[in-house]
Design a protein around this ligand. Structure first.
Ligand code: ZN
Length: 176
């Protein structure tokens, strides 16, 4: 979990943000550091009190709901109680240098990152042969080639200067 988040200067001119009253803006800024790499956070309001507003004895779920509904109304976030709070346009302001950590929260519809899982599957995994060499297939002529390092498999095939694939090219793959 990141230690915090960037509060961009552009927020001063953000028309949505400026529709909010000061207390609502304050509430938003208190939440921001607790978002994950996907701009999501816990929507359990008891836990919110404990984690984000520990010093506020007069924090109530009712108040939190009121603020959250207002933030949703102006388009700063979407939320569903006990499912997720999801900030809108989060990636516009946050530079995540590392590969985004998988969110422990679902999206607003309750779905867990189907998109990212698909991306992960797309990532090429080259098998290693008995000698430890990586086995790659030329995506053009389907010739099997062997490379000492995984780095080389990111290059082009020696035969056709085509992309390398971790699997043989079947007709299906070619057409797809
Ligand atoms: Zn080839």
């Amino acid at each position: 979990m990141a230690r915090g988040r960037i509060l961009s200067r552009s927020i001063s001119h953000d028309s949505k943000f400026n529709k909010l009253e000061m207390r609502e803006q304050w509430f938003f800024m208190r939440l921001l550091p607790f978002t994950d790499d996907h701009g999501r956070m816990n929507a359990d309001l008891e836990e919110m009190h404990y984690q984000i507003f520990p010093a506020f004895k007069d924090f109530t779920p009712q108040k939190a709901r009121r603020y959250l509904n207002k933030l949703e109304e102006v388009g700063m976030l979407k939320w569903k109680e006990n499912v997720v709070i999801e900030f809108i346009n989060f990636s516009k302001h946050q530079k995540i240098g590392h590969r985004k950590a998988k969110s422990e929260f679902p999206d607003i519809n309750g779905n867990f990152d189907a998109e990212e899982e698909k991306e992960e599957q797309k990532e090429k995994v080259f098998k290693q042969g008995a000698g430890g060499n990586y086995i790659a297939y030329c995506s053009k002529c389907n010739k099997d080639l062997y490379y000492k390092t995984i780095y080389e498999t990111k290059g082009k095939s020696s035969c056709c200067k085509a992309e390398l694939s971790p699997t043989e090219i079947t007709k299906e793959n070619k057409d797809g």
